[in-house]
Design a protein around this ligand. Structure first.
Ligand SMILES: C[S@@+](CC[C@H](N)C(=O)[O-])C[C@H]1O[C@@H](n2cnc3c(N)ncnc32)[C@H](O)[C@@H]1O
Length: 289
């Protein structure tokens, strides 16, 4: 990772994001960074329902970044149950991202004590208070996920850069590790609706549903071991899972380079007898017009 000085970029809901030179991608949707955290990550995990009946919630934030998903979750939980104890494990490759988010006051859009707690987390990587215990594990999430051990989360936020830019965090093998960190009644949310991501979640033994888009953008995905309250996929989405787009990314050593992960998948796609993705797209374009 090269060190980068991030310049806050405004998104359409008035909140700010960063742009990564390394990945050539923004950290959030330009439709709204704060909205994305709330709509694509916090709401689909139904943590406010948990907070109504429990005094303790565990969050696993994969690709913590600026910390928006954690901040939005903490606010939603404490609005419903101010006495709820939150345990957070956050995985992130670069300490510079959360530290610069704090330095630019970007967490101040959430209520006190959230910005203060997350500022301490960004500086010291561990916080232990009455109602909040947080750990920020720095490094490649393919390794740090192994430090999570038997700990299981009620809500998992899976927020890497897109599969073309960061395929290593969307592979069958990595997602299987992530699934081991999800509690039997917990829910995992991601902004991606890519068929390859969805098939990796299914291969990990999870059921999947669609979540609302931000702006007029495509839906996201929620996954859980139980299919209660999951919005079923549309026929178009189901058929997407029968096309070559659904051939997942693989990384059996959990250490392959992005290029070799892409190459391996391209080879598998070439050999496949599944419907081509362009044919699936064309068919649905003609049905929808
Ligand atoms: C799309 S951004 C996440 C945005 C974040 N969830 C937020 O609310 O600000 C992706 C993040 O993944 C981090 N990242 C990239 N590769 C990683 C890796 N191999 N392991 C852990 N984190 C990684 C980047 O530094 C970046 O912060």
């Amino acid at each position: 990772m090269t060190w980068q000085k991030f310049v806050p970029q405004a998104t359409k809901d008035g909140s700010y994001t960063f742009f990564s030179d390394d990945f050539q991608e923004a950290f959030h949707s330009f439709h709204g960074a704060k909205q994305e955290a709330e709509i694509k990550f916090v709401q689909p995990t139904l943590i406010t329902n948990i907070a109504q009946h429990h005094n303790s919630i565990r969050l696993l934030d994969i690709c913590y970044g600026l910390g928006y998903n954690s901040a939005a979750a903490m606010e939603a939980i404490w609005q419903i149950n101010p006495q709820c104890h939150i345990e957070l494990i956050a995985l992130e490759i670069s300490a510079a991202v959360p530290q610069q988010a704090i330095a630019n006051n970007l967490l101040n859009q959430w209520r006190s004590p959230i910005p203060q707690l997350l500022a301490e987390l960004a500086q010291t990587y561990a916080v232990s208070k009455d109602l909040f215990q947080g750990k920020l594990l720095l490094g490649d999430a393919r390794q740090t996920i192994q430090q999570v051990g038997n700990w299981q989360a009620d809500a998992v936020f899976l927020d890497p850069f897109s599969p073309p830019k960061c395929p290593q965090l969307w592979t069958v093998e990595f997602i299987a590790k992530v699934a081991q960190c999800l509690a039997p009644q917990g829910r995992l949310a991601t902004y991606s609706c890519a068929a390859a991501v969805r098939s990796a979640l299914i291969l990990a033994g999870l059921k999947i549903g669609s979540t609302a888009g931000v702006g007029r953008k495509s839906p996201g995905t929620v996954a859980a071991y139980v299919d209660q309250y999951l919005t079923p996929l549309s026929l178009q989405e189901q058929e997407h899972l029968q096309s070559r787009a659904a051939i997942p990314y693989r990384d059996s050593s959990l250490s392959s380079s992005p290029n070799s992960i892409h190459e391996l998948r391209a080879q598998e796609q070439q050999k496949s007898i599944l419907e081509s993705t362009s044919k699936w797209k064309k068919r649905w374009l003609s049905l929808n017009t």
